[in-house]
Design a protein around this ligand. Structure first.
Ligand code: MG
Length: 161
């Protein structure tokens, strides 16, 4: 039996380094540091991609877009997300729920723009996209401002034939 719904979860983390642009959910965010990575290091988008791939048992972001491949150097993660969506034509997003954990910067001013960016890439309404921001209460490397973590959960819905 195959259900018309499938859930997926994803996780990612990246280290903060000075001199890099901070991009979260496709939004450039003014900050003293950015995230280190082979691509633009948009951790919440990486978590979301893994959640979508996980829901459909299609592997993971590292398998689809290996960081050994120079064509993904400084890749725009939102373009990778759109690429994933183009591969899963039988399915659409029901809803997505993300959590971003970072001490700095405060993300509230960017929340609606980030949600709209994801909604556009996922071809869904902004009401179906939730992003929550938390701090790590000064605990661990995230709490020390050395890294940012992101979690994502999605519900995928089979398109009507
Ligand atoms: Mg990543």
């Amino acid at each position: 039996m195959e259900l018309p719904f499938r859930i997926g979860s994803g996780y990612d983390s990246h280290r903060f380094v000075p001199g890099r642009r901070l991009v979260l959910c496709g939004q450039v965010i003014e900050h003293s540091a950015g995230l280190l990575g082979h691509s633009d290091a948009d951790a919440p988008v990486h978590a979301l991609i893994d959640a979508i791939l996980g829901a459909l048992a299609m592997g993971d972001i590292g398998r689809l877009f290996p960081d050994s491949d120079p064509s993904f150097k400084d890749a725009e993660s939102m373009a990778l997300l759109r690429n994933v969506m183009s591969r899963i034509r039988d399915w659409q997003i029901g809803n997505a729920d993300l959590t971003i954990i970072t001490e700095m910067p405060k993300l509230a001013p960017f929340m609606d723009a980030m949600r709209q960016n994801l909604a556009d890439a996922l071809q869904t309404d902004i009401q179906n996209i939730s992003i929550k921001a938390k701090t790590a209460e000064k605990l661990g490397p995230v709490g020390a401002g050395e890294a940012l973590e992101a979690y994502a959960a999605v519900l995928m819905v089979r398109k009507e034939k």
